[in-house]
Design a protein around this ligand. Structure first.
Ligand code: PXG
Length: 291
């Protein structure tokens, strides 16, 4: 049996969870989404994710027709219906059904669906050995064009970067902005450690204000590291002692190689390992109870 999906007010079987070919989420990538994790029956940073969903929607002038409390409730119900204690939740709100033109005014009712399932982006051994990544030719969208702070359904910028990484046999691509500063990877934020300073690009460089990123910043500060959100270059990354990526699905994963340059020891760094362990503790301590 497949998953039970929430779709526009109903819970339906996976095979029946279908949306219209006239939905502008599909026709134009016009919509927003969130990826959220549940650990041991508790949802990690649920309020942060819901707030970001509403901010993304507001930024594209999309009015989500249910309240934050209602969405939280829908998410919990979806997890329960699928008997999930450790799940990955995808919440999607699209502009809804319109005509073949792109005008959102012609889409009266947003489509909402919630999928609760499982996710594993990277094989377990990479959490010790580290990822090999490359800088991709595609640049991050300009903030003035399509702000990367908006978690929209328009992920072609990221997908082009992923294709470029795939084409040379690595699993992740690093995107620079138009000025050549580091922004983020296709689905994770990036951190570098140098002389007890933890660096990550500012959101204004063209990065998502990642929930895991915020959590790592807090962990770093609690470990008495200096955390700086400032512009960094590829040179800074190549010469960092440690480097890792952060994201809801990937959690915290070390980077061993960038553009063929070995980073630090070429394995998971000591501080990265500590941050990862602290993160694992936080995710089971904190959280919104589902059951
Ligand atoms: N940057 C981007 C562009 C993301 O999409 C993150 C950073 C990490 O943010 P959070 O809030 O999760 O710490 C994301 C989120 C995938 C995939 O398949 C990744 C995301 C979303 C959907 C799919 O790699 N990452």
């Amino acid at each position: 049996m497949g998953l039970i999906i929430y779709l526009d007010g109903e819970f339906v079987e996976e095979k029946d969870a279908k949306i219209s070919v006239f939905d502008h989420g599909l026709l134009y990538g016009d919509g927003v989404f969130e990826g959220i994790r549940e650990y041991s029956g508790k949802i990690f940073k649920l309020d942060g994710h819901i707030d970001r969903l509403f901010m993304s929607a507001h930024a594209i002038d999309l009015n989500i027709p249910v309240s934050k409390e209602q969405i939280k409730n829908i998410i919990c119900q979806t997890l329960k219906k699928n008997n999930l204690m450790d799940g990955y939740i995808r919440v999607v709100v699209t502009r809804g059904i319109g005509d073949l033109g792109l005008d959102p005014k012609k889409c009266p009712k947003p489509t909402i669906f919630v999928i609760a399932g499982k996710i594993q982006l990277y094989p377990e051994k990479l959490y010790n050995n580290g990822l090999s990544i490359i800088t991709v030719p595609t640049r991050r969208n300009l903030s003035e064009s399509l702000n990367p702070a908006i978690k929209s359904l328009n992920y072609l910028n990221n997908i082009l970067a992923k294709i470029e990484a795939n084409n040379v046999g690595v699993m992740e691509g690093l995107l620079l902005n138009n000025e050549g500063f580091v922004t983020e990877c296709t689905g994770e934020n990036i951190f570098a450690l140098s002389k007890n300073i933890l660096f990550t690009p500012p959101v204004s460089a063209g990065a998502l204000d990642g929930i895991t990123r915020s959590c790592v910043i807090e962990i770093g500060q609690n470990m008495n590291l200096t955390v700086k959100q400032e512009n960094i270059t590829r040179y800074d990354l190549y010469n960092a002692e440690e480097c890792f990526l952060s994201g809801t699905a990937a959690e915290i994963i070390p980077v061993a190689k960038i553009d063929g340059r070995i980073i630090g020891t070429g394995k998971c760094g000591k501080i990265t390992k500590q941050i990862r362990e602290m993160f694992k503790k936080v995710v089971i301590e904190d959280g919104y109870p589902v059951y």
